[in-house]
Design a protein around this ligand. Structure first.
Ligand SMILES: Nc1ncnc2c1ncn2[C@@H]1O[C@H](COP(=O)(O)OP(=O)(O)OP(=O)(O)O)[C@@H](O)[C@H]1O
Ligand SMILES: [Mg+2]
Length: 264
């Protein structure tokens, strides 16, 4: 059965597009037929990260009723299939995001895994992307505001009946100032399924329009994304995570968490 997974976050810029693109390629390398849909129709950049800008027919055209979804599917790096969002403002005005779910139903007939790169936040297009998929991966950075905003997205997903698979903590540094995995799991009340380090190769690859998992497969972020792909499809059991030292004391964050939960 086809899996549809939205890659979402509370805050912007946590790494959704990077992860959607590279996770898609990683899953293709594991032998799955993967389609990545850029559901961020207002701020499309999946096609840029994959070096596929300027494609003639995009999701905007499909959501405007001007083209069939089959015409907006392109084969990208590593054999992953891409549905670009399109960058035209006029196209954006004409597109009806509420058609997204129907579009996905068509795509599901021809693929094993559908990944949706969602817009940040909880505006209409983000909520539609969250509601349109069966499952959700929450991308957070290891800092408190990113996690608490992520919690709002997670709560909305649950209300919409989208199953939250877990959180991916992206851009982990070795500065030692970050939140521990156990703290993040306690706040989000979900498993951390991936830990991706801060890695200069990610930006370099994006600048060249190539997925980092293909351009620098041995880089720390690539290895973490490959591992995440394996975890998602159950190729092997979760290994001991790469980064984040477990902290013993909870301190201020645990206290803040209690306050936050009371308000939820
Ligand atoms: N692990 C990482 N190491 C270094 N840079 C990263 C990493 N992950 C993402 N980045 C960089 O962070 C920036 C934001 O990433 P990205 O565009 O994937 O985030 P996003 O969540 O899709 O943003 P938006 O909310 O605007 O759609 C990009 O410049 C990207 O190259
Ligand atoms: Mg993005």
């Amino acid at each position: 059965m086809t899996r549809t997974i939205t890659i979402a976050s509370g805050k912007g810029g946590t790494g959704k597009t990077t992860i959607a693109a590279n996770l898609g390629v990683a899953l293709s390398q594991l032998g799955y037929d993967v389609t990545i849909v850029d559901a961020d129709i207002a701020m499309a950049n999946l096609e840029l990260v994959l070096g596929m800008e300027g494609l003639p027919i995009t999701l905007q055209n499909v959501l405007a009723g001007e083209a069939k979804i089959e015409e907006a599917v392109y084969v990208g790096p590593g054999g992953v299939k891409i549905v670009p969002a399109g960058v035209s403002l006029e196209g954006l005005r004409k597109a009806n995001p509420e058609k997204l779910e129907d579009v996905l139903i068509h795509l599901m007939e021809n693929t094993d895994i559908l990944l949706l790169d969602a817009p940040a936040g909880l505006e209409r297009n983000a909520v539609i992307a969250i509601a349109s998929a069966q499952e959700l991966l929450l991308v957070v950075n290891p800092e408190i505001s990113s996690i608490t905003d992520g919690l709002k997205t997670k709560i909305v997903a649950e209300r919409l009946g989208t199953k939250v698979i877990g959180a991916i903590v992206n851009r982990i540094t070795t500065l030692g100032v970050e939140m521990a995995k156990s703290e993040i799991e306690a706040i989000l009340e979900t498993k951390v399924v991936g830990l991706i380090p801060e890695d200069p190769e990610v930006r370099k690859s994006a600048a060249y329009g190539k997925p980092v998992v293909l351009r620098s497969p041995e880089s720390p972020a690539s290895k973490a994304i490959m591992e995440l792909a394996q975890t998602l499809v159950g190729v092997r059991k979760e290994k001991k995570p790469l980064a984040i030292e477990e902290k013993k004391k909870e301190g201020a964050i645990a206290k803040m968490l209690k306050v936050f939960r009371r308000r939820k």
